[in-house]
Design a protein around this ligand. Sequence first.
Ligand SMILES: NC(=O)c1ccc[n+]([C@@H]2O[C@H](COP(=O)([O-])OP(=O)(O)OC[C@H]3O[C@@H](n4cnc5c(N)ncnc54)[C@H](OP(=O)(O)O)[C@@H]3O)[C@@H](O)[C@H]2O)c1
Length: 247
Amino acid sequence: MSPNEQPLDGKVAIVTGAGRGIGKAIAKAYARAGAAVCCAARSVAEIHETLEDIVAAGGQGLAVPTDVTQIAVIQQMVKMTVETFGGLDILVINAGASGEKQPVEDSDPEIWLTTLEINLLGAYYCAKAAIPDLKQRGSGKIITVGSGLGHRGMVELSAYACSKAGLWMLTRVLAQELSPYNISVNELIPGPVITRMTQTAQVQSVFDIEGEWAKTPEEVVPLALFLATQPDIGPTAQSFSLIRRDN
Ligand SMILES: NC(=O)c1ccc[n+]([C@@H]2O[C@H](COP(=O)([O-])OP(=O)(O)OC[C@H]3O[C@@H](n4cnc5c(N)ncnc54)[C@H](OP(=O)(O)O)[C@@H]3O)[C@@H](O)[C@H]2O)c1
């Protein structure tokens, strides 16, 4: 790498949930690092705002309205990205929803299903749609944004915890399937981050853990950059966490 070269120069990335919070911070950071970034989420105004920030900082990108529960829409988003920028190197599966905070007994089955659809099925759809283009490049990275709750669980957040547990297993299986193609697949666990998701009264108890690091989305960026810039022979099927205390 020459002194002026940026670590993601020439790379193309898709970040789901790039309209706000953690996804927005990662999308902007990858663009600053030289990648062309497709920003995907449902809220059109939010992804356009992310794109405006990217362009204003001298980067390049695309904003594609995407609902990750719709596989045809995801396939179209991947196609647009590849047609616009010539390929795909990095997929960040970040879009997510917390669901309702309820004990299983009182939980709403519709909300349970929707949480699984966004956090797990949506991740599966994104990976499935992106794999052919990642393989085409000869190497690549998939980063799944998981949660400590997917490893240890939490009362009253069964749908969220189960969806993230499934996402962790999907991460591991994808890593095994894609290792022969130089595509590494790792989980990034942000720990508590101050975003719209955690500002709702329903999930504020995530912050009740004494001594935890309640961070800004920008504080997740160094780990996201680390995972995107590892060599082909680097880590895969691993979980990287910013959690301070696992209790
Ligand atoms: N914040 C934390 O403390 C924390 C901790 C651990 C893990 N995480 C994980 O980090 C990720 C980002 O969360 P965040 O805290 O940044 O939350 P956020 O600010 O609420 O952002 C969530 C993003 O996901 C998008 N999204 C939700 N449903 C979608 C759908 N069906 N299709 C496409 N995009 C969708 C949202 O956009 P639209 O609603 O416009 O579609 C938004 O851009 C999630 O996977 C979350 O589980 C967060």
